[in-house]
Design a protein around this ligand. Structure first.
Ligand code: IPM
Ligand code: MG
Length: 359
């Protein structure tokens, strides 16, 4: 039976990079390698401009009714003055919460062809292959109470709440352990157990849950040290599992080890295996509309989608191989450009991946 994909291009470079990902899906569909139907909807600033809501009810409904969601990016300076509840980012957070996408997988994989694109020495990063598993629907992003109030003194008082239920910690740890079982079987749980009670509990639950995974080698690290270790000796990590906010921060850091945030895909999954797939970079308003954005993170997000939600692992492998091939051919968008390579735009890169896929 045909699987349903909801396409949410979003803002900034979103529509440009998503267009290239669709070319890849169309190519696979044309040769019968996959059987999908695609529908488009609005989210983020584009949705706000259309109807005053960054996550229209129709978009959330369509997302719930789909097997997978492909998202470009949301946000931009145009919408920054809006009230918090109307900002494009609320659309993204609303989708995560509305679909129950608690498990965010963010691989930081260095293509050998790009070893020189990293700001770190190539011996520090070559061979890098980390999977960051970020809790995505809890923690300080969603904790209550939250807000800004004015005290009697007239001073403003702002607060957010970092809270986790044991069950939320357990399920994200299980995702991390299951993934690690298919990789190097090592998991580093990142917390701030020396200061925050909730993450001391996180550490305890991580240990208790690991009892079901005797083959997993579990370690623990405070988040400040983890951020230092990521730039000092990143290859010590296999899988990292952490809270929503720590994962947000560490995944940007890890992304940069690979040379460009423009290369990294992500998957956000719920308990049913339904998922949303998006590049981990943002909407890059500074280069939007110029046809120079790197579409590879979005194309690689399609590969994750095929693997995790659409049961098409073989097609996913082919996309990843095609990306590797275009890098071998020396094609580079501006963000990963280096001497002796050929600089191409967004569409030319997408076309090259399609050609490599067909070859
Ligand atoms: C990310 C982004 C989002 C987050 C923003 C856009 C709300 O930084 O996906 O990492 O903080 O989760
Ligand atoms: Mg982030």
């Amino acid at each position: 039976m045909s699987k349903k994909i909801l396409v949410l291009a979003g803002d900034g470079i979103g529509p440009e990079i998503v267009a290239e990902a669709i070319k890849v899906l169309d190519a696979l569909q044309a040769e019968g390698a996959i059987d999908v139907t695609m529908e488009e909807a609005l989210v983020g600033g584009a949705a706000y401009d259309d109807c005053g809501d960054p996550l229209p009810a129709a978009t959330l409904e369509a997302a719930k009714a789909s097997d997978a969601v492909l998202l470009g990016a949301v946000g931009g300076p145009k919408w920054e003055p809006l009230h918090f509840s109307k900002r494009p980012e609320r659309g993204l957070l609303g989708l995560r919460a509305g679909l129950g996408l608690f498990a965010n997988l963010r691989p930081a994989f260095l293509y050998p062809q790009l070893a020189d694109a990293s700001t770190l020495k190539s011996e520090v990063v070559s061979g890098l292959d980390i999977m960051i598993v970020r809790e995505l629907t809890g923690g300080i992003y969603f904790g209550e109470p939250r807000g800004v109030e004015t005290l009697e003194s007239g001073e403003r008082y702002g607060y957010n709440t970092l809270c986790y239920k044991e069950s939320e910690v357990e399920r994200i740890c299980r995702v991390a352990y299951d993934i690690a079982m298919k990789r190097g079987k090592r998991v580093c749980s990142v917390d701030k157990a020396n200061v925050l009670e909730v993450t001391e509990m996180w550490r305890e639950v991580a240990i208790e849950t690991a009892a079901d995974y005797p083959e997993i080698e579990l370690s623990h690290m405070y988040v400040d040290n983890a951020s230092m270790q990521l730039v000092r000796a990143p290859k010590q990590f296999d899988v990292m599992v952490t809270t929503n906010m720590f994962g947000d921060i560490l995944s940007d850091c890890a992304a940069m080890l690979t040379g460009s945030i423009g290369m990294l895909p992500s998957a956000s999954l719920n308990a049913e295996g339904q998922g949303m797939y998006e590049p981990i970079h943002g909407s890059a308003p500074d280069i939007a509309g110029r046809g120079i954005a790197n579409p590879l993170a979005t194309i690689l997000s399609v590969a994750m989608m095929l693997r995790y939600s659409l049961d098409a692992g073989e097609a996913a492998d082919r996309i990843e191989a095609a990306v590797s091939k275009v890098l071998d051919q020396g094609l580079r968008t501006g963000d990963i450009m280096s001497e002796g390579m050929r600089q191409v735009g967004t569409a030319e890169m997408g076309d090259a991946v399609v050609a490599a896929l067909r070859a």
